[in-house]
Ligand binder design. Structure first.
Ligand code: HGY
Ligand code: MN
Ligand code: MN
Length: 414
């Protein structure tokens, strides 16, 4: 097993070098590096005995038929895109680990009764287009016309990008499978938080994935001369945005479990001697309880209204993502926890503050997640790290899970 874990580490390192930016890992939706990543992962999938296809949204699907004709399919996957200047584990771990696990079972001569699809979703982070989960939405048949209308920084729409990616036309695909043909979805992912490290555990299971709301907010004031415009006469869009940023931080700090983030901002016209006339920024608000998140959004909306009135600026909201909290399947999670206990001796259940493709796939089939400890809980950062020893534990858990599922599937009652 150590060899398989070492192989996984090598694959993660290699894929972590496939980037759109030299010296850092940035791999966004349908970018040149994403195509190179798909080619590399497809090669690894084929070596593990999977038949590989790429769907109309650019997601990679590696399929292994089951020994039992017409058997249902178990899905295992995650995303292959990244944030800017990312770590190499967020996403690829959940795609490469199942490939290595299946390669190991093949090496041992183990044949599974059910079919497997390993999924490498083309877009989860929502970096290029504000809307996230485009890959898993495409696979689950959940892409909506509103998703296709989002534009990137160059004004290119999701629809046009997908039309050019395909053979000159694109329409949202139907779901890749009917729910009744699926056994469930397992996503292996680094925790991206400090809990497992604090509990000194290599892996844990996930009870629920926090809900999240994302917006693009634009403040419109009036550009003007930085040297001649008195402070009292200014309609400074950046000052309004800055006051708003401090205000949402205060709201999040006083609301237990709430997180609110402004991650990207543009300032126009963008000159040192011009008062900013227009500022656009993102807003990401999350909480495990949808009621708390919704109450916070009301308070945040009220704050924006007050700032706009006081500073005589206007503001425009565009909602770019809205996902309620998703409970993982208790039954599938219990099965996964059984394997965690068998390998690690004990299991731990935790809530995910990060969003995952399982949010979308949960509309198609029951989902369960295996979290892997990551150093200092750090993620969305180049120093993101999961140790080879912890990766080996996760690999053994997934292999144990597959072998148990195979045994239970072969029992006459099933
Ligand atoms: O933003 C998230 O929670 C995830 O990394 N996409
Ligand atoms: Mn991420
Ligand atoms: Mn992720």
């Amino acid at each position: 097993m150590a060899t398989a874990a070492q192989q996984l580490v090598r694959m993660l390192d290699e894929l972590g070098r496939v980037s759109d930016e030299p010296g850092k890992l940035t791999r966004t939706f349908l970018s040149p590096s994403m195509r190179r990543a798909n080619a590399q992962v497809a090669q690894w999938m084929r070596a593990a005995g999977l038949a590989v296809r790429e769907d109309a949204v650019g997601s990679l699907i590696g399929r292994l038929e089951g020994e039992t004709p017409g058997a249902k399919t178990l899905l295992l996957g995650s995303h292959l895109d990244s944030v800017r200047d990312a770590g190499r584990f967020d996403g690829p771990l959940g795609v490469l680990l199942p490939i290595v696990a299946l390669g190991e079972l093949k090496r041992r001569g183990v044949v599974l009764p059910f079919a497997i699809e390993v999924l490498g979703f083309s877009e989860e982070e929502g970096v290029r287009f504000a809307s996230a989960y485009l890959g898993s939405k495409g696979y689950a048949g959940k892409l909506r016309p509103t998703d296709l209308r989002f534009h990137d920084a160059k004004g290119v729409s999701v629809h046009d990008v997908l039309r050019d990616f395909g053979n000159g036309k694109f329409s949202p695909p139907a779901a890749a499978h009917r729910s009744r043909d699926l056994l469930g979805y397992i996503e292996v992912h680094i925790e991206q938080g400090p809990v497992l490290e604090n509990k000194n555990l290599a892996v844990g299971v996930v009870s629920a994935i926090a809900g999240q709301s994302r917006f693009k907010l634009t403040w419109i004031g009036k550009a003007g001369h930085a040297g001649t415009t008195p402070m009292a006469l200014r309609r400074d869009a950046l000052a309004a945005a800055a006051e708003f940023a401090m205000g949402i931080e205060a709201i999040a700090r006083r609301t237990k479990g709430l997180v609110a983030t402004i991650g990207a901002m543009t300032v126009a016209p963008g000159a040192a001697n011009v008062i900013p006339g227009e500022v656009a920024h993102t807003l990401d608000v999350r909480h495990a309880d949808d009621r708390v998140r919704r109450r916070a959004l009301v308070a945040i909306g009220r704050l924006a209204t007050q700032i706009a009135a006081r500073r005589n600026v206007s503001r425009a909201w565009q909602r770019t993502q809205e996902n309620g909290a998703v409970a993982c399947s208790p039954a599938l999670t219990a099965q996964l926890a059984r394997s965690v206990k068998a390998i690690q001796g004990k299991s731990l259940s935790l809530v995910s503050g990060a969003g995952h493709d399982g949010v979308v796939i949960s509309e198609l089939t029951p989902v369960a997640m295996l979290f892997v400890r990551c150093r200092e809980g750090l993620s969305h950062h180049p120093d993101e790290y999961a140790s080879p020893a912890d990766l080996e534990v996760a690999l053994r858990v997934i292999i144990d899970f597959l072998e148990r599922l195979a045994r239970s599937s072969r029992q006459p009652s099933s």
